[in-house]
Design a protein around this ligand. Structure first.
Ligand SMILES: C[S@@+](CC[C@H](N)C(=O)[O-])C[C@H]1O[C@@H](n2cnc3c(N)ncnc32)[C@H](O)[C@@H]1O
Length: 198
């Protein structure tokens, strides 16, 4: 589901880029178990900062970064540093129906994206399908109690199919052969972590 005006402002804000580069990237990097992830996929890449973080902090040689919103993909292409142009490919695609072969990627990244899906379980199934065995899934997601907060509900537009709490999230990953191997769980508000495909 595409972002509304408020979400677009928050996502395309320089503060969001700063946090992604200097807090979320390093936090997830510390949780990673491999020294490098050669071929990576980012779902819901938005303006493209995450893809740059993956290239610069996770040792990726190639990053395919997709988003359902053509406007965000155009923004990501415009924002891309010239030195990363050969490493990162941005394209419009749906994370719930990926046009990628089975077991292609060493890692898949989702920076705050699954909760925007009409059916987050379908996206997890796709993530697992395109991950190599032993490949890792890096995620950062808010939980449903936070999304149902009055202010959040009023200002943002999240589909109910993207709501989950910690147990549902963990079970959803496990049912798709992904075990959480490291995580930082902030009460029932949000989770940062890594899962590994069996
Ligand atoms: C909250 S934004 C996060 C953007 C970026 N990852 C970040 O952290 O700044 C969620 C993004 O997911 C994208 N999105 C929503 N549904 C999607 C889908 N089915 N497939 C791919 N991208 C999707 C939206 O267009 C939006 O860019």
């Amino acid at each position: 589901m595409q972002l509304n005006v408020v979400e677009r402002f928050i996502t395309n804000n320089p503060l969001r880029a700063f946090v992604q580069r200097n807090v979320e990237g390093p936090l997830l990097r510390k949780m990673a178990s491999l020294p490098e992830y050669i071929l990576c996929l980012e779902i819901g890449c938005g303006r493209g900062i995450g893809a740059q973080v993956i290239a610069e902090q996770f040792g990726a040689q190639k990053v395919i970064a997709i988003d359902i919103d053509p406007e965000q993909i155009e923004r990501a292409k415009r924002n891309l540093k010239p030195e990363l142009k050969d490493m990162i490919e941005f394209k419009v695609a749906d994370a719930m129906a990926l046009d990628e072969p089975d077991e292609k990627f060493n890692a898949v990244f989702s920076f705050g994206v699954l909760h925007h899906m009409e059916n987050w379980g379908r996206a997890v199934k796709e993530i697992s399908r395109v991950l190599k065995k032993g490949g890792e899934f890096f995620f950062e997601e808010p939980f449903s109690p936070f999304l149902r907060n009055f202010l959040v509900r009023t200002l943002t537009a999240h589909p109910t199919g993207g709501e989950f709490d910690f147990d549902a999230f963990k079970n959803g990953l496990e049912e798709n052969n992904i075990d959480i191997i490291s995580m930082k769980h902030i009460r029932n508000i949000a989770i940062f972590g890594v899962g590994r495909k069996r």
